[in-house]
Design a protein around this ligand. Structure first.
Ligand code: AMP
Length: 121
């Protein structure tokens, strides 16, 4: 499968579509999900063109991989949901068809601000 340059997150990265930005650095962009499922529902995406976690794991540089993990933590810190606040959150990535992935650009959902409930419904 090839990366679809016209997916909605690619458009957000290019600034063609607005987003409610939370955080940005060299490696990631984070913004609020347009259809929040919990009190806090953030998305964290790598800046590179990767379809999903498997595509990212096989093609991304070590710097990008570290940058994504650090970026998730930076967003959690900024939203005050990281474990060192005593709160915590769920980080989740849907991968491909059985994972229920809708947007074909790798993204992590961060759910928090309340108990997030059962892991799989
Ligand atoms: P997934 O099912 O894991 O691919 O999740 C895609 C997520 O992207 C969903 O939670 C959508 O609500 C969210 N989404 C779709 N379009 C936008 C957008 N323009 N801005 C923010 N979030 C979006």
């Amino acid at each position: 499968m090839t990366y679809d340059e016209n997916n909605i997150f690619a458009k957000i990265l290019r600034g063609e579509i607005p987003c409610k930005k939370i955080y940005e650095d060299e490696f990631v962009l984070s913004f609020y999900d347009i259809n929040p499922q919990k009190k806090i529902h953030a998305l964290v995406i790598p800046k590179g063109n990767y379809i999903d976690l498997d595509d990212f794991a096989s093609k991304a540089s070590e710097k990008e991989i570290i940058g994504l993990i650090k970026g998730i933590n930076a967003v959690a810190q900024k939203l005050k949901i990281s474990s060192n606040t005593g709160k915590g959150y769920r980080a989740l990535a849907n991968i491909s068809e059985n994972g229920g992935q809708e947007v074909p650009h790798l993204h992590f959902h961060l759910f928090g601000g309340e108990k997030v409930g059962k892991m799989v419904e």
